[in-house]
Write a protein that binds this ligand. Structure first.
Ligand code: PFF
Length: 449
């Protein structure tokens, strides 16, 4: 049988796939969101649940996504239709893909606003206006930014244009080039910052906060946040990894590749926490400060450090790049779908989608100022979109992808494609996607109701 190829191109090698998928996974979720939700949910016990979710639910579902994408060589909705037909099952399974596209659009619109904060902080660090700030001043500067819709809109617009620009370039020209240099640089700088954190007196306090678990601090809501975040941080449940998998070379082994991505993503999140919490404790700040946590803690640390202006600028640049490579992956599945299904040109599809997400983003940035009194289920638009996508849509999509891979697809198709080293490992994977992952996530959903 002739090997299928995606019409959108393919990654040059397994290594490029790892880079691109890690580029998607590692983003604001790791550096901005993980520390702040860990802070809000009491630390250690939350981190433990998150790690368990990554290992028991995230990794197996990522294997499922890559396998479905690579076997079908099409964007998520069409991939689900294809594999369902191949196994003689209902094409209604493709609704998972539809929900995924919607999730991508909604995530992008608040993600881009936060990425905009990062861009502003690149400028503020570079021009020295954050030099030597105290923790109170850092807090005021951040609140000042949120209160200024014009500035937020400017950066949100610039960020959206940056993403659209790369996605128009397509798999090889755009996505691949953006990731190759930037991801390794981010790793290096994170470890430099970790070294700084370790040299401070509060490193031990930061460490204990993250790794001493006290289950009395854990609520069911916190467990749901941990489950949801494990999907968000690995870019699972909405078809992103499926789309990237459809560009993956046939020879590359899915199991070890996915393990590498999961490991790198988790490492970045943990290191980000170990960078931020010591700063928080050293300066008497509140770990539960919420979404501003990174933006009020890092400037204080850079302000005190030798060469802080330089390192600070570089660090925010790299966070911006991490956000960029993730945001690209939020649009890619929908763009690929529009090209396949409606026959749109890649550039037209990307620009059209860009306009939609940009417009919804305005509602998100307004949550902090001119729309602060507009609430949905007691949350402002920004928090609401974050909540329903990360805590509901992605886990739900993830469960259904697991069920699809475990129950709908013929076992032989899955085992041919995934090609794990031993039959025992394959059966273990199958058992997890058939039972463990859906039941675990389902139980957490129910207990939250
Ligand atoms: N994984 C990204 C992060 O942690 O920042 C966010 C994300 C990207 C979520 C792509 C979902 C997705 F499909």
């Amino acid at each position: 049988m002739q090997e299928k190829k995606s019409i959108h191109g393919s990654w040059a090698s397994r290594w490029v796939f790892i880079l691109a998928a890690t580029g998607s996974a590692v983003g604001l979720g790791n550096i901005w969101k993980f520390p702040y939700i860990t802070g809000e949910n009491g630390g250690g016990a939350f981190v433990l649940v998150y790690l368990l979710c990554i290992a028991l639910v995230g990794i197996p579902i990522m294997i499922a996504e890559v396998f479905v994408g690579r076997r079908a060589r099409q964007s998520p909705i069409n991939a689900l239709v294809d594999l369902a037909e191949e196994s003689g099952k209902s094409t209604k399974w493709s609704l998972i893909g539809v929900m995924g596209l919607l999730a991508g659009v909604l995530i992008f619109s608040f993600y881009s606003v936060v990425a905009g904060w990062v861009l502003q902080y690149i400028v503020s660090t570079a021009n020295g206006s954050l030099n030597g700030v105290t923790s109170e001043q850092a807090g005021e500067i951040f609140s000042g930014l949120l209160a200024d819709p014009g500035t937020l809109l400017l950066w949100h617009t610039i960020f959206t244009i940056m993403v659209v620009g790369v996605v128009i370039g397509g798999v090889n020209a755009g996505l691949e080039r953006a990731t190759r240099i930037m991801m390794p640089a981010l790793f290096v700088l994170l470890f430099v910052m970790l070294g700084y954190g370790m040299s401070t007196d509060s490193f031990g306090a930061g460490w204990s906060f993250m790794f001493d678990f006290d289950f009395s601090k854990l609520s069911w809501d916190a467990v749901l946040v941990a489950v949801g975040h494990s999907f968000f941080t690995l870019s699972l449940g909405m078809g992103t990894i499926m789309a990237y998998g459809s560009y993956m070379p046939k020879r590359a082994s899915i199991g070890s590749t996915v393990l590498a991505i999961g490991f790198l993503d988790t490492l970045v999140a943990l290191v980000a926490g170990l960078v931020i919490f010591p700063i928080i404790f050293a300066n008497g700040m509140d770990p539960a400060a919420g979404p501003g946590l990174m933006f009020i803690s890092l400037p204080v640390a850079f302000g005190q450090m030798a060469g802080g202006q330089f390192f600070g600028t570089l660090f925010f640049v790299l966070i911006g790049v991490a956000a960029w490579t993730s945001a690209i992956s939020l649009l890619e599945p929908t763009v690929a779908y529009l090209v396949e299904r409606v026959g749109m040109k890649r550039s037209t599809a990307t620009i059209a989608l860009g306009v939609v997400v940009w417009a919804i983003g305005i509602l998100c940035l307004g949550s902090f100022n001119f729309m602060s009194d507009v609430t949905l289920f007691g949350k402002n638009v920004f928090d609401f979109l974050d909540y329903i996508t990360a805590n509901i849509m992605l886990p739900l999509g993830g469960i259904f992808i697991a069920l699809f891979a475990g129950w709908a697809v013929k076992k032989k198709h899955a085992s041919d494609e995934i090609n794990l080293k031993s039959e025992g490992l394959f059966n273990l994977w199958l058992f997890v996607v058939k039972f463990i992952a859906p039941v675990a996530v389902g139980v957490v959903f129910i207990l939250n109701l």
